[in-house]
Design a protein around this ligand. Structure first.
Ligand code: FES
Length: 103
């Protein structure tokens, strides 16, 4: 079903974009502009935004229901932090010289 007639975006495309955003971070705040940015589009008349908001709510509720049932491979918060540590490295010091330590 066509949701956005200005950009010719269907409900399935919007649902996929929302799911991809939730896969990256299930607890992020998703707004229509973020969904359209993911689709490389932007709101023009924005008359479709109320329907997009309803779709965001529905898809997010379904996503979290699946997450709570354990139907999905969930990544815990600590796993994500560990991944970020690997990505950005763990610096043993903050640029301080060891020769000038007070203690
Ligand atoms: S209907 Fe979606 S921006 Fe106009």
């Amino acid at each position: 079903m066509l949701i956005c007639s200005c950009n010719i975006i269907t409900d399935k495309e919007i649902e996929r974009a929302i799911t991809s955003l939730l896969d990256k971070d299930p607890w992020q705040l998703i707004v229509p502009a973020k969904v359209y940015h993911t689709l490389h589009q932007r709101g023009r008349c924005c008359g479709c935004f109320p329907n997009v908001v309803e779709t965001i709510i529905r898809v997010t509720e379904e996503y979290h229901a699946r997450l709570a049932r354990g139907d999905m491979d969930s990544i815990t918060f600590l796993d994500r932090v560990r991944g970020l540590r690997g990505q950005f490295g763990s610096h043993g010091h903050e640029g301080r010289s060891k020769s000038h330590r007070a203690a």
